[in-house]
Design a protein around this ligand. Structure first.
Ligand SMILES: [Zn+2]
Length: 703
């Protein structure tokens, strides 16, 4: 929406959802909304005469938006409420919304009327919205006979229930280890140790929630402590999720067969950029071959470092290095050889400055202002609300829910609160993350550097949602984009968190007022490539697990064995007491599509090329083109076309291949052994470090 000449945005458009409702009221309102939508849809389909876009597509799009609101509200409550009964009601709302949308796609009368629309003279994005909806309906089974359709409805309902159960178990099943000696925490930062004092009987409890568990895995000097924590972390949803997963895979197999696809993977990938399981397998093999030798070099380097501490060591254990996205010896090398102590960096990363720095960056890049909306209702006192304003007019609302609490979604993700649609509703989006220690006031909290990168990542999704939420049709929203492209904007946005010039803007210790030493930030940058091949090698392994479980009936019967087999082939042994498949949250939401991260990263590396060619990550012209061609259109055009419009050509693999195999920069042999060899040009913009380290989905695909 442009400022000049535009109609004033009605207040209604930023109307919040009714947060804070208890279970019964949520259920009542959910039922009413679904009943209203059902009646409205029937009335639309009863309209006599030849269907037209204003009389058919417009109301259907609006009905879908309203029902998605119900589902978004439910998902938000399910993910964030402290009360178990209310969370259950939230989950029911989400399931009711999904069930309505499945049924709508199986509606033969709607299918017939959409097919009868006269598309002569219709603009391209409207035509694309209709094509997508018709394709979705065919994929749902609208052309199948009545008994098959009935079975498909049941299957989809069961699949939705199992997916939610899988995610809920991961969120709610928190395990802990008990330590008895304060020295068990040797190596951890002081603020972490003081936040985990022994209780009256001398016990120290450390849970598998991220703020507890991740620093311990990275810094604890005692390998048995790391081993115990990683073991609990990777079996936190076991055995509960083992059966949920096999049931989910079985339902998906049947669904695919009912629809006439050989496998669920063939069904799931068909309407994505890659198109087929064969193309996906070829991609995974290409990247596996690319990274095989560099990942071996990583391992040799980590093992060599381990031998300096344990001369008899013959191998790396999973809790030693970056197998699972946390790495003890990686951090040792980072500290000793690159002079980067992430614990020291933490002092310079106060949450309020990082957040405000992020907002400043969005102003500079995209002309967006984030204005604190203190009066706006939220669902918890720790949640911050912001009105997002461009050219003086609101374009949406952003919520930041960053503090863990019991029962809350335990990972980091971007949630749709309300879908935006031109003239009706502005988009509202929430980051549900767990970066902040609940015992520390937010204004005093410090962030781990890894959390800063994740914060930027999720913010990339949030910007995408806010900028794209102004289209005419719900079917052209961000949620309807090819799902294997969905991570490209967020992976790209991580680069700003890794850029020393950007970091320097907000990396300031609020206690001393001193900025992070530029040398430290330069060294951080220099160390970025450390372990990168291993991280992406692991991503390929995870993608192969996700694909095989959905593309091979035998594999789907034995998820644990499949994951062990695949990981063994990637030289990543899984000890018998680990059950990572049960907390691999993407298997629910992304099914066969975990390769999305890899594919999106390949595209994201090339999206950086224009910035790199300009020598600046904040080049205003490139940023504006990026917002205009990639973020704002949502799914008005196929993703490959968005990329082509931005780059002026098709994207290429080379940028990713160079980056993923680029060895860490050489260091000089100065006295301390910690200096980075200065380069004439300085660090090139757009060189990042890590693959997403976690196994849980951070965008919920649409039902
Ligand atoms: Zn993401």
């Amino acid at each position: 929406m442009s400022a000049a000449g535009a109609a004033p945005v009605p207040l209604l458009s930023l109307e919040p959802l009714p947060f804070g409702l208890r279970a019964d009221e949520l259920r009542r309102r959910g039922r009413e909304a679904i009943a209203r939508a059902t009646a409205r849809l029937a009335a639309v389909l009863d309209e006599p005469g030849t269907p037209t876009i204003p009389a058919l597509l417009a109301p259907v799009s609006d009905i879908v938006r309203e029902v998605r609101d119900v589902g978004s509200h439910g998902s938000l409550v399910f993910a964030t409420d402290v009360d178990a009964e209310t969370r259950s009601a939230g989950r029911e709302l989400s399931e009711a919304s999904d069930a309505f949308l499945h049924a709508l796609r199986l509606n033969e009368r709607l299918y017939a009327r959409l097919g009868a629309l006269d598309l002569g003279g219709v603009d391209r994005s409207t035509r694309y919205a209709i094509e997508k909806l018709l394709r979705e309906m065919r994929r749902e089974g609208v052309e199948k006979d009545e008994p098959t359709r009935r079975r498909l409805i049941e299957l989809n309902r069961e699949i939705d229930l199992l997916m939610n159960q899988f995610g809920e178990n991961i969120a709610k099943l928190v395990r802990e280890i008990e330590l008895h000696d304060p020295d068990d925490l040797a190596g951890l930062p002081d603020d972490y140790r003081s936040a985990h004092p022994p209780d009256a009987s001398g016990r120290i409890r450390i849970t598998t929630s991220y703020p507890d568990c991740l620093p311990l895995l990275k810094y604890a000097d005692r390998s048995d402590v790391r081993r115990r924590m990683l073991t609990e972390f990777l079996r936190r949803a076991y055995p509960e999720n083992a059966e949920v997963l096999t049931s989910l895979l079985a339902r998906r197999r049947e669904l695919a067969h009912q629809l006439g696809y050989p496998t669920y993977a063939a069904f799931a990938i068909e309407d994505k950029m890659l198109g087929t399981p064969e193309a996906t397998r070829a991609l995974l093999e290409r990247v596996r071959a690319l990274l095989d030798a560099p990942a071996r070099d990583d391992r040799d380097r980590f093992l060599e470092r381990k031998r300096r501490s344990e001369p008899d060591a013959t191998r790396l254990e999973p809790w030693d290095a970056a197998f699972w996205g946390t790495g003890y010896y990686d951090e040792k090398i980072r500290t000793e050889e690159f002079g980067v102590d992430l614990r020291r960096l933490r002092a310079f990363l106060p949450y309020p400055r990082v957040r405000d720095g992020l907002f400043d960056l969005c102003r500079e890049l995209f002309g967006l202002e984030f204005r604190r909306a203190d009066g706006a209702p939220t669902w918890h006192p720790t949640v911050e609300a912001y009105d997002v304003v461009r050219d003086g007019a609101p374009i949406g609302r952003a919520y930041l829910d960053l503090t863990p609490r019991p029962g809350k979604f335990s990972h980091a993700a971007c949630f749709t609160v309300r879908d935006g649609i031109a003239g009706r509703m502005l988009p509202q989006t929430a980051l549900i993350c767990n970066f902040l220690d609940p015992g520390t006031p937010a204004e005093r909290a410090r962030l781990e550097y890894a959390h800063v990168v994740t914060f930027f990542h999720e913010f990339g999704h949030l910007l995408h949602a806010l900028l794209s939420g102004h289209g005419t049709w719900i079917y052209n929203s961000q949620s309807n984009l090819e799902w294997d492209f969905i991570e490209a904007p967020s992976l790209l946005f991580e680069e700003w968190a890794r850029d020393p010039a950007t970091l320097a803007r907000f990396a300031i210790d609020p206690d001393s007022g001193s900025p992070a030493p530029p040398e430290l930030l330069a060294r951080l940058r220099a160390s970025e490539a450390l372990g990168r091949p291993t991280m992406w090698f692991r991503q390929v392994a995870l993608a192969e697990v996700s694909l095989r479980l959905h593309d091979d009936d035998a594999a789907g019967l034995d998820p644990a064995g499949t994951m062990r087999d695949v990981f063994a082939r990637f030289r990543l042994p899984i000890p018998p007491e680990f059950h990572p498949e049960t907390s691999f949250g993407h298997l629910a939401g992304y099914s066969a599509l975990y390769y999305t991260y890899l594919w999106s990263a390949i595209i994201a590396r090339d999206l950086l090329t224009p910035f790199r060619e300009r020598g600046s990550l904040t080049d205003p012209e490139i940023a504006a083109r990026y917002a205009r061609e990639i973020l704002s259109p949502g799914s008005e055009r196929p993703a490959a076309e968005l990329v082509r419009n931005y780059l002026g050509r098709d994207f290429r693999f080379e940028a990713f291949e160079r980056w993923a195999t680029d060895p860490p920069r050489q260091l000089t042999a100065s006295d301390s052994g910690r200096r980075v060899r200065p380069t004439a040009a300085g660090p090139a913009p757009g060189e990042g470090s890590r693959a997403p380290a976690d196994l849980e989905a951070d965008r919920r695909p649409p039902p």
